[in-house]
Design a protein around this ligand. Structure first.
Ligand code: S3P
Length: 432
């Protein structure tokens, strides 16, 4: 696999691609299938390194999982809610923050000991956001740096208590960790968010027959006796992956592309709302449901973009798309402000400073404050070498910046394997 990738300026983007399966939904499909009693077939699964980490963790917990990358299919033979076995080694989440957090929610209520860890970067991320609520539910979790950083050691417990939480961060990972622990709790578990984060866990739990009530920003989970698996789960295409092409086709002249089977869950389409507000030409067709998730085919063509103001309340619906939206803003007329992005400082690595630093190498001028970006556009970028810092979203955003200007060479480009292994193949397929 390449360590660096040379991006050439594109004269336009043309063609049709099926973006890969959604990362968040792929993780959740594995997790719940492993806790169900009936076998589940998962189709259009995302075979990225991060999602494979979740599979490997469950294999170590005794679940039989097989897959065929060629057909995009995973077969899971779950053993029921109480069918996991004590692992005889440390569980490795690699670079996947979703694996670390959501798995801890499940491990927290088992009657066996386990330890979960991850790669360098995510070992630096603070985890009290999950440790504190799980401990309040009765879990016994210990980690380093005064209980702030992974690895996490999980002691056996016989039962958790349901509890009522009001989160002070907008994080689907935190909400989902609490809800998964709630599967095993005595009494209902309730989470109230400040702003709505992605709701794939709630939808996936519903499709496994769990009684979940959503009332505004509050989700209540009533612990089930068992999970009733759907025979098959079809994972929609990942809108976060589609976002790179939607931005690229908007800002590169002579472009018209179609992305098929893209998930358009309303907690994820913030990026489309913002780009449309900026003047992007985005058409959705063939809207339909895959289980509890809505999908569509999306056609995008070049359009003159103008600036936009993105407010704090919108961030949880487009958290992963900020790097590529910053690129869009560099090509848009006027001053774009993106507010409320402090959470990106605690991503792996500090995504706020990294995206600004790498774009600066290409000649971009942007103002980064503690909690916001200000970008004056349009700007002319130059060719330069940049570094992903092993963050796939930085690598892909830099590729789009280079594609739309004078090209770029990206170091540590292989990190796209974590989330979108076919990214550079698709780049070559669409570029003319
Ligand atoms: C995710 C939630 C988001 C997102 C991450 C995946 C999930 O993280 O950035 O890529 O699958 O729940 P936060 O919960 O930290 O916002």
């Amino acid at each position: 696999m390449m360590e660096q990738y040379q991006v050439k300026a594109a004269k336009g983007l043309q063609g049709v691609i099926d973006v890969p399966g959604d990362k968040s939904i792929s993780h959740r499909a594995i997790m719940l299938s492993c806790l169900a009693n009936e076998p589940v077939v998962i189709k259009n699964f995302l075979f990225s390194k991060n999602c494979l980490s979740t599979i490997e963790c469950f294999r170590k917990l005794g679940i039989v999982i097989s897959y065929s990358k060629d057909s995009g299919t995973v077969w899971v033979a779950g053993n029921g809610l109480n069918g996991l076995q004590e692992p005889d080694d440390i569980l490795e989440a690699g670079n996947s923050g979703t694996t670390i957090k959501l798995m801890t929610g499940i491990l927290a209520c088992q009657d066996f000991f386990s330890v979960i860890t991850g790669a360098n970067d995510i070992r630096q991320q603070p985890v009290p956001q999950i440790i504190d609520p799980l401990t309040k539910m009765g879990a016994k979790l210990y980690c380093r740096a005064k209980n702030r950083k992974i690895p996490i050691a999980v002691l056996p417990v016989s039962q958790l208590r349901g509890a009522d939480f009001i989160t002070d961060v907008d994080s689907a990972q935190v909400k989902s960790t609490i809800l998964l622990a709630g599967l095993y709790a005595l009494g209902p578990t309730r989470v109230t968010e400040l702003h709505r984060s992605r709701d794939h866990t709630e939808r996936m739990l519903e499709s496994f027959g769990v009684d979940i009530a959503v009332n505004g920003l509050t989700v209540t989970l009533y612990p089930p006796e068992k999970l009733i698996a759907p025979a098959e789960i079809f994972v929609p295409g990942d809108i976060s992956s589609a976002a790179y092409w939607i931005v690229a086709a908007s800002i590169i002249p002579n472009s018209c592309i179609t992305l098929t089977n893209v998930g358009i869950n309303s907690t994820r389409t913030g990026v489309i709302d913002v780009l449309r507000q900026m003047g992007a030409r985005i058409e959705m067709k063939n809207q339909r449901f895959f289980g509890h998730e809505e999908v569509a085919d999306i056609t995008v063509s070049t359009a003159p973009l103008h600036s936009v103001v993105i407010q704090k309340e919108q961030i949880s619906q487009l958290i992963d798309e900020i790097p590529v939206l910053v690129v869009a803003a560099l090509f848009a007329e006027g001053t774009t402000c993106i507010d409320g992005v402090y959470e990106l400082h605690v991503k792996d690595p500090d995504r706020l400073s990294t995206v600004a630093g790498e774009l600066t190498k290409l000649g971009a001028k942007l103002i980064v404050n503690e909690d916001s970006f200000i970008i004056e556009g349009p700007q002319q970028l130059v060719y330069a070498v940049c570094d992903s810092r092993y963050d796939h979203r930085i690598a892909m955003a830099m590729a789009i910046a280079g594609l739309a200007s004078k090209g770029t060479k990206i170091h540590e480009a292989e990190c796209v394997q974590n989330a979108y292994p076919l990214f550079f193949n698709h780049l070559e397929k669409l570029s003319v």
